[in-house]
Ligand binder design. Structure first.
Ligand code: ADP
Ligand code: MG
Length: 295
């Protein structure tokens, strides 16, 4: 199937594959993606497949034919200078761009083999499978408890009473926040510190058991200690979720991600396992960017 990368480092388990090769119906990638977890190695699944994706805001073309696969239960980082389309691409994966008037897309984005732009797709459900965490923590103006309980109640994941209490506790524990908030679950989420609010938003996202968590510069409003906590959390959550993180911070990409994609002017320039990307990038443009020559 695919060769394992020979290395003693922490990236040894990453399969060396051509991540930006087009997905074809005959390809192993598709076979892996639909074979389910019982057969083969589930770490080789492509959770997200993006094929020749183009996007326009009015007359302005922001994405120029992006083709890439995103591996299930790994962390993939999007890097590149401001305005190169990282957020735009991220928003395509849960159809957040639908909300922008004048935004038009061509191409295909699939989640676990399902074309998410098909008319029959329920966008609200899609967004429970593909959750999003933003740059600025945005807890609901509700209690800490309700921040977690709200969506599971609506989507029927859990109802009330002890079942909900358990879910709230589990999510807060998984987000590394339980010990800090267990005595004030009825206080407003917005009263927490920025870093705690961001962990609350992550707890809220995992409460509906998504497949994918999209994070758009989730630490850029946080101090280094709060950032370190989020990075630890990402490392833990990838055992269960597929995570895509946009970051301005090259060290952060190197620390938290398994794969890194470098974008420039709306195009995917290079996509590698993170170790290769930061030690021996194949393109001069990538090297110039990661060594700080532009950006
Ligand atoms: P990045 O996240 O890499 O900084 P963005 O995806 O935000 O880049 O932006 C890519 C390009 O699309 C930029 O030229 C930006 O000005 C434009 N753009 C982003 N959002 C909108 C929008 N809502 N309406 C019009 N243009 C937009
Ligand atoms: Mg952005």
């Amino acid at each position: 199937m695919t060769e394992a990368l020979i290395s003693d480092g922490p990236v040894a388990r990453i399969p060396a594959v051509n991540l930006s090769s087009p997905l074809t119906m005959e390809g192993n990638d598709v076979a892996d993606a639909i074979s389910g977890e019982s057969e083969g190695d589930p770490t080789l699944n492509n959770m997200i497949a993006i094929e020749n994706l183009r996007l326009w805001y009015g007359e302005h073309q922001a994405l120029h034919g992006i083709t890439m696969n995103i591996r299930e239960r790994y962390v993939t980082a999007f890097i590149g200078p401001s305005g190169c389309g990282k957020s735009t691409l991220l928003r395509c994966v849960n159809r957040m761009n639908d909300r922008i008037a004048d935004c038009r897309i061509q191409g295909r984005v699939s989640l676990d083999g399902m074309d998410i732009y098909e008319p029959k797709v329920d966008v609200v459900r899609l967004r429970t499978r593909v959750g999003m965490v933003f740059q600025k923590p945005n807890p609901f103006p509700k209690t800490i408890y309700e921040n977690i309980a709200f969506a599971p109640r609506i989507h029927g994941v859990a109802q009330k009473g002890s079942e909900m209490d358990e879910l709230v506790e589990t999510c807060l524990r998984r987000a590394g926040l339980w010990d800090e908030v267990k005595d004030k679950l009825q206080q407003p989420g917005t009263a927490l510190s920025g870093g705690q609010q961001q962990r609350l938003c992550i707890a809220r996202t995992i409460a509906v058991r998504p497949d994918v968590i999209l994070m758009d510069e989730p630490c850029s409003a946080l101090d280094p200690i709060a950032t370190a906590k989020i990075e630890e959390l990402i490392d833990e959550l990838k055992n269960e979720f597929t995570i895509v993180i946009v970051t301005h911070n090259m060290q952060q990409a190197a620390r938290v991600s398994d794969y890194t994609a470098f974008f420039y002017l709306g195009a995917l320039v290079e996509y590698q396992d993170t170790n290769t990307m930061f030690t021996s990038p194949h393109k001069t443009q990538t090297e110039d960017y990661i060594t700080g020559r532009f950006g």
